[in-house]
Design a protein around this ligand. Sequence first.
Ligand SMILES: NC(=O)c1ccc[n+]([C@@H]2O[C@H](COP(=O)([O-])OP(=O)(O)OC[C@H]3O[C@@H](n4cnc5c(N)ncnc54)[C@H](O)[C@@H]3O)[C@@H](O)[C@H]2O)c1
Length: 310
Amino acid sequence: MTGSAPLSTPFDAASTAAEVAAGLDLTGRRAVVTGASSGIGIETARALAAAGAEVTLAVRDTEAGQRVAKEITGTHPGARLRVAPLDLSDLASVASFGAGWEGPLHLLVNNAGVMATPELRTPQGWELQFATNHLGHFALTTALHPALAAAGGARVAAVSSVAHLDAPVDFDDLHFQRRPYDPAVAYGQSKTAVVLFAVEAARRWADDGITVNALHPGAILTNLTRHYDSAELAAAIATRGYTFKTPEQGAATSVLVAASPLLDGVTGRYFEDCAEARRHTPGIRNGVADHALDPAAASRLWQVGLDLLG
Ligand SMILES: NC(=O)c1ccc[n+]([C@@H]2O[C@H](COP(=O)([O-])OP(=O)(O)OC[C@H]3O[C@@H](n4cnc5c(N)ncnc54)[C@H](O)[C@@H]3O)[C@@H](O)[C@H]2O)c1
């Protein structure tokens, strides 16, 4: 993030993934979309495939992934889709996905996520939202780094959330062993970690030609919110001044960040509604928190990830 005005594009909150992808020719590009069996991930994969990319749907449930691949091929008969198993909360599964990847990878969309799940921890005892939303994607992206570097000009889109505004990373209690568990704070912390990951990866991988940006897709009714009380959710959305988008609109910023030439060379930034977000000011609808762009926290989190993953 520079001191200059935030980067804008001809697209906005109402734009759809198809509109952002229109005119793009991604023929010959290989893309991975995590969590592409549901919600925003489906529409991200659809738009990238429609633009000619070969898209791997990296999913926990491969039967669901196959159903989505079939449905996308129905709407776009030329779509080139693969389905591969990936469970981000299981490091062996992430390692297996990374080891199985052959050749360059041009576009990686770290889209999968969980929110306020009934299960709170992984078998290692890690807080599940942090482990899935951040650590799993950290492990995946670092495992795929050679493939990204080999692509020349690869892009990583890291799907965060406006919820990052609610919680910096608490380095003294990442897994809620000292403080009472609060699912919303845990989700917010995990999404701050996603932005910090983008900041640090952008810095580390600039010489490899890899750009890494984070984004908030908007508020979209998907399976994500199924563990949440709907009245509580609607109130939280209204308090923030948001209205709901469709999944097609929700995928627009992911497609912009992953593939649009409008963002060539742009790295380490945070986008929302198809534009770079302003620094957050309390009381104003959107923005990115200072705690999510802090280079010292980004560097520290990277080391924490390496230590946790061994
Ligand atoms: N829907 C919203 O309002 C909203 C708002 C802000 C951010 N987001 C973010 O957008 C992304 C997509 O969310 P969505 O709304 O489409 O939700 P969704 O629940 O419809 O999709 C999430 C996907 O992630 C997958 N996933 C969950 N845990 C996984 C794991 N351990 N390994 C692999 N895949 C896993 C799910 O199977 C699903 O396919 C998430 O990162 C979410 O946090 C969503």
